[in-house]
Design a protein around this ligand. Structure first.
Ligand SMILES: Cc1cc2nc3c(=O)[nH]c(=O)nc-3n(C[C@H](O)[C@H](O)[C@H](O)COP(=O)(O)O)c2cc1C
Length: 144
């Protein structure tokens, strides 16, 4: 099994979540490639069993432009996309918290709940990341 983790991160929080997702997938025996959205060369989405997309949320719930370009680059809606992200509840409270995760999930009609992390995942939120990845893998088996 192969997974791609594509993410965008300016100040490092989403990158940290991507690293934890990678650690967990690797522990589960899945081979992982990373893709820094807006930086790395294009890839073939069809060659992966799982596609993880990670994004932060910007300016009143906006999705970063790099992520919008990335969505256009993919050009179709794969049915194996799981979405995670980081945000900060100080920016508009629950309504806008990690809004980009909700928008991407809706767009791709993702089968999985989105993972929303407040700022850095290090510490108490690490187990949340692990259980979310476990959930994605388990549900993927039941869909197969
Ligand atoms: C100008 C600005 C606007 C932001 N707006 C939101 C927002 O609407 N919703 C949210 O959940 N987080 C918002 N955030 C918080 C970031 O999404 C959060 O710090 C995130 O973890 C940054 O990710 P990164 O470290 O991977 O770059 C905002 C941050 C900044 C600087």
């Amino acid at each position: 099994m192969r997974a791609l983790i594509a993410y965008v991160s300016y100040s490092g929080n989403t990158k940290e979540v991507a690293e934890l997702v990678e650690d967990k997938l690797t522990k589960e025996g899945i081979s992982v490639d990373n893709h820094r959205i807006g930086i790395d060369a294009p890839f073939d989405p069809k060659s992966y069993d799982y596609l993880f997309i990670g994004t932060f949320t910007w300016e009143m719930g906006r999705t970063p432009d790099e992520v919008k370009d990335f969505v256009l680059e993919i050009g179709y809606k794969p049915d194996n996309i799981a979405v995670f992200g980081t945000g900060d509840t100080q920016f508009g409270g629950d309504d806008l918290f990690c809004k980009a995760v909700d928008k991407l999930r809706k767009f791709y009609r993702s089968k999985w709940s989105g993972l929303k992390i407040e700022q850095s995942p290090r510490g108490s939120q690490e187990t949340k990341v692990e259980s979310w990845v476990e959930g994605v893998l388990q549900h993927a088996k039941s869909f197969a």
